[in-house]
Design a protein around this ligand. Structure first.
Ligand code: T4K
Length: 373
């Protein structure tokens, strides 16, 4: 095994000395959490940066998803995608909702609007699509169905930080959008997340829910949870935001490098970017097709043996996990496109400190293995 392993991602960390002044302010104020000044500043800075009305910060994306469902009083069945990180469906189980899996579109691997209507029952109250890898869902078609059937739409936008479609931020769609600022994300606050909403009243309600349901010192209006982002995380987010241009610039270059080098390699299909007017280059998924000499799993193992740790996001399908596979919608025959993608996908390393030589090394291995040289 080479002694310089390459992982699927590595969090961007600004120079440590840039963070020290933020920590000094926290040490001076003794305000560590519960909506302190950095928390407030980051909410405002993110609203501006993302071009959205309101941002409510969270301790992580999963708590934000759970709270989004609670805020909209979603009950019964929720239509969602099986092709995502398990937190998407887990949030539904945490709220006592029943996930109903609907297949994805082959071009984006996002929820297929054409298959949604057939899954709607009198118990359906909401749709939870995912902008997978940052590629926007077919938001117009999804909203049309939601309007026709009076359903709420909560976008799991964990991958879609900063993504814009032709009309602006992709986060403006649906009733709510949920972001993750986990260490592995394009924008990270170590752990963190947010709900994006359209009006001040909803924002206030969400703020109550993430603080145990307190509206003042003695009044609790709902069984809220503790999902607040701390001041250290918020301060780090403010600093991180300053570095976004260089982060995105480097990610874009790596994305372009992969696409050019892998173009025409038999059996390797780079998932195209679709509908990202402004992209964030969060992931670099390839599909390993049957005409590649190795199966996806054999290639995954070979890369690993060379110290390149790719990830099979998203394999297994959520619908294949034990707590979901008994659901009527979880059968692979109901989800052929998602099932095929889960068996073929490999996410290649992409992160700001990945060097050109690293990308070259990965690409060379893929091309050599394809037998094209
Ligand atoms: N919805 C969607 C669609 C999501 O993708 C996610 C999270 C969520 C909701 C939930 O949001 P959060 O509650 O997490 O905010 C990772 C992340 O833990 C998870 O946040 C993310 N999606 C998912 C796609 O990936 P793992 O189990 O693959 O992470 P891990 O620890 O294996 O990390 C991958 C690689 O990254 C490591 O091999 C090395 C590198 N790494 C990782 C961490 C944590 C570092 O270099 N430093 C680090 O601190 O799930």
């Amino acid at each position: 095994m080479p002694d310089n392993p390459i992982y699927v991602t590595q969090p961007f960390l600004p120079p440590l000395e840039e963070f020290v002044p933020y920590l000094e302010r926290i040490w001076q104020s003794h305000t560590l959490t519960n909506g302190g000044p950095f928390h407030q500043q980051l909410e405002e800075a993110l609203s501006e940066y993302l071009g959205v009305k309101h941002v409510a910060l969270f301790a992580n994306g999963t708590l934000a998803l759970i709270t989004a469902l609670q805020a909209l009083r979603v009950s019964g069945e929720v239509i969602t995608t099986p092709y995502s990180f398990v937190a998407t469906a887990h949030s539904l189980l945490w709220r006592g909702n029943k996930p109903v899996f609907v297949d994805v579109e082959p071009s984006t691997l996002n929820l297929d609007p054409e298959k949604i209507e057939a899954a709607i029952t009198p118990n359906t109250t909401a749709i939870m699509p995912v902008h997978c890898y940052g590629n926007p869902c077919n938001v117009k078609a999804i909203q049309k169905i939601a309007d026709n059937y009076n359903l709420r739409v909560i976008y799991d936008a964990a991958h879609a930080f900063g993504v814009q479609d032709d009309g602006g931020s992709v986060l403006r769609h649906g009733d709510l959008s949920v972001l993750s600022f986990h260490a592995t994300k394009v924008f990270n606050t170590f752990e963190g997340g947010a709900i994006v909403c359209h009006d001040a009243k909803t924002k206030q309600h969400i703020d109550h829910l993430k603080n145990f349901g307190f509206v003042d010192e003695t009044t609790v209006v709902a069984p809220g949870i503790n999902a607040k982002m701390s001041e250290v995380n918020a301060a780090f987010g403010l600093l991180q935001l300053k570095h976004m241009p260089e982060i995105l610039h480097r990610r874009a270059a790596i994305d372009a490098h992969y696409r050019e080098a892998l173009h025409g390699v038999k059996g390797i299909h780079c998932l195209p970017q679709a509908g990202q007017h402004v992209a964030n280059y969060a992931y670099f998924p390839i599909l390993v097709e049957p005409d590649y000499p190795l199966s996806r799993d054999a290639l995954y193992q070979k890369l690993k043996a060379h110290g390149i740790f790719t990830r099979r996001y998203f394999y297994p399908l959520i619908a294949d996990f034990p707590m979901y596979r008994g659901l009527p919608s979880a059968g692979r025959s109901n989800l052929p496109v998602a099932a095929a993608a889960a068996d073929k996908v490999l996410c290649l390393p992409i992160y700001p400190t990945l060097t050109d030589a690293d990308v070259q090394r990965i690409v060379a291995l893929l091309i050599d293995t394809s037998g094209a040289t």
